[in-house]
Design a protein around this ligand. Structure first.
Ligand code: FAD
Ligand code: NAP
Length: 544
């Protein structure tokens, strides 16, 4: 669609977002001599780690794996101090990267991209921001994150509460002092599970409103010995390569065995070992935990026993034990003393599975006809995941089609990188790529590399547009769906399927084929002349 007022500033690419994805995209494009401008809504870099400053926020992929690999110098000079880094440490790392590679000069902070319109005559995107910028770019690259649109439920009386309210994903920079306060927290996903033990230590009283319990594995957090960090640096390239060749982007020790082929004692020992080692590697204790309900039930029983062992009140232990979904089909949580926190005198668990929250009142929360009074309420209620940030931008593709229209029944992409009808629009870790089912740093680096190579390929051949074909997109959407159906994931009401947002189309969005297979599929597309994409050139069209 033609754009009437020509924009004043032109770039090869506009990148939206300055988290891990946007920062590395900028660095990569600059190295290849492309011009790029990043727009970032926050006033600093870091994305997830800029916004999620709640107490206890940490990564659940080990720090030594959850870092960039593109610069050996960077990984050698940075020293992680704990097994799972804290949010402040990860944010410090992001700032260090921004300084080291002098990224800020091409990032415009406190600026939200509001619209992006494809000009079919110029084969360029025109983007507008909430600060009044209007720029033109050949490529629009969305580095807006999968978990970056925080979500508040629409409870009646939401604005009536007279105390303080917080969302874990929009936490105040100065921190919050809960001392002597009566605090209510709604939500027991990863954010709730990380923050509850720390809030409980500070608050006078903490009331946890739980709609669905989650499976959580102890982090077995520990400081990293400088010696082992040094050793890891020498092996890092090799380990990262192993991670790229794995299913989840982490070089875990895994097995091809079924849980059902093991004796009960062998299983107990295997689960116990994973539990004591800590972290999400629990999920690869057996190869079929996410594909066989019967196998998964053995892991569920192990969790239930651990919860009963830890939580003194059997009724509370029962409430904390998930029975509605198989282990791992909601993101497995990683905690420090989560279950033990319910043994504290100042912590109360309120089960709202049968009696949903009726209203937020001026004094607190009302559920089951009871009003709970608080000084502060914490919403650990998650995100409009995968598509939330993308759909907040008013995209207009070919013929003025909006992305909202195109994705009305769920996101449709080719490889999670591109969507038909929206030429030169790339998504980093978009819907239909492994993204949230992987170590995101591995997936981000792979996508950024692919996009950079593609832009180079086009520049070398004087190509103006690249666009997924509808046939390739349909086939990919089907493939993502089929891969999901081979697992237990799609049946569970999780944010992976959009079930946390009323009215959101139910689609299992990430690609579960695994990081290695996915990267191979991306490479094959390139090796076959960008098969599945239509490449175009205005100049060549004019001369032919
Ligand atoms: P983000 O970090 O989400 O950055 C996106 C940026 O885009 C944000 O800064 C946002 O402000 C900006 N933005 C969005 N829309 C616009 C717009 N229209 N205009 C301008 N700017 C915009 N993954 C793991 O692999 N391991 C972990 O341990 C892990 N822990 C996590 C913990 C938390 C609390 C959360 C919420 C997520 C976690 N994740 C984890 C997922 C995490 O989001 C990714 O690992 C990674 O940080 C994503 O980086 P990103 O750059 O793609 O997106
Ligand atoms: P989440 O997993 O979506 O959890 C949200 C919680 O809020 C759930 O317990 C949900 O209950 C509850 N909730 C939502 N709406 C509600 C309502 N109307 N009434 C009552 N309860 C309601 O969100 P999150 O904890 O922020 O985590 C999101 C993702 O971010 C994670 O899965 C993970 O990928 C990432 N993350 C990672 C870490 C880490 O350890 N590194 C930490 C935080 C986040 P239901 O389950 O019943 O819907």
């Amino acid at each position: 669609m033609p754009v009437s007022n020509p924009p004043t500033t032109e770039f090869d690419a506009v990148i939206v977002g300055a988290g891990f994805a946007g920062m590395y995209m900028l660095h990569s494009l600059r190295e290849q001599g492309f011009t790029a401008r990043v727009y970032e809504a926050a006033d600093g870099v870091g994305g997830t780690w800029y916004w999620n400053r709640y107490p206890g926020a940490r990564c659940d992929v080990e720090s030594l794996d959850y870092q960039y690999s593109f610069s050996d110098e960077l990984q050698r000079e940075w020293n992680w101090t704990e097994r799972y880094a804290t949010q402040p440490e990860i944010l410090q790392y992001c700032n260090h990267v921004a300084d080291k590679f002098d990224l800020r000069r091409d990032i415009q902070f406190e600026t939200r991209v509001s619209s992006a319109v494809f000009d079919e005559e110029a084969d360029r995107w025109t983007l507008e921001t909430d600060q009044g910028d209007r720029v033109s770019a050949r490529f629009c690259i969305m580095a807006t994150g999968c978990l970056s649109a925080p979500r508040l439920p629409e409870f009646e009386g939401m604005d009536s509460f007279q105390g303080e309210t917080y969302h874990t994903g929009l936490w105040p920079h100065e921190g919050v002092d809960f001392s002597d306060k009566r605090v209510g927290i709604i939500g027991t996903g990863s954010s709730g599970i990380q923050s509850i033990p720390l809030i409980a230590e500070q608050a006078e009283q903490l009331t946890v409103f739980q709609r669905t319990p989650n499976f959580s594995v102890p982090a077995q957090q520990e400081p990293l010995a400088p010696e082992s960090v040094r050793e890891h640096k020498d092996k890092f390239a090799e380990l990262r390569q192993m991670a790229r060749e794995s299913a989840f982007g982490i070089a875990w020790e895994s097995t091809a065995n079924s849980a059902l082929d093991a004796t009960p004692d062998e299983r107990e020992a295997a689960y116990d070992e994973r539990w004591h080692n800590g972290g999400t590697a629990f999920l690869v204790a057996y190869a079929d935990l996410i594909t066989s309900k019967e196998s998964n039930d053995t892991a569920r029983d192990f969790f239930h026993a651990k919860i009963r062992e830890t939580v003194e009140d059997p009724a509370v232990a029962a409430l904390l034990s998930p029975t509605d979904h198989p282990v791992g089909t909601k993101r497995i949580c990683v905690d420090t003393d989560y279950y033990g926190t319910y043994n504290r005198d100042n912590v109360t668990l309120v089960d709202i599975s049968d009696a949903p929250i009726e209203a937020i009142t001026p004094k607190g929360v009302r559920t089951g006809g009871i009003e709970y009074e608080f000084d502060a309420i914490v919403f650990a209620t998650g995100f409009d995941a995968m598509t939330g940030a993308l759909l907040k931008v008013d995209f207009r593709g070919r013929n003025g089609q909006t992305l909202q229209e195109k994705w009305e029944d769920g996101p449709r992409t080719f490889l999670g990188l591109s969507t038909a009808g929206f030429p030169n629009l790339f998504m980093i870790t978009g819907p239909g790529s492994p993204s949230v089912l992987s170590n995101m740093l591995v997936s981000i680096e792979q996508h950024v590399g692919w996009i950079k190579d593609c832009m180079q390929h086009m520049r070398e051949r004087d190509l103006d547009t690249i666009e997924a074909t509808i046939e390739a997109e349909n086939a990919w959407v089907q493939h993502v769906h089929d891969a999901g159906q081979e697992t237990l994931f799609p049946q569970t009401d999780s944010w992976y399927v959009g079930a946390n947002i009323p009215g959101k189309p139910r689609v299992f969005t990430p690609y579960i084929g695994g990081v290695a297979l996915y990267a191979e599929e991306c490479r094959e597309v390139v090796a076959n002349g960008y098969k599945g994409f239509a490449l175009g050139s205005a100049q060549l069209a004019a001369t032919s």
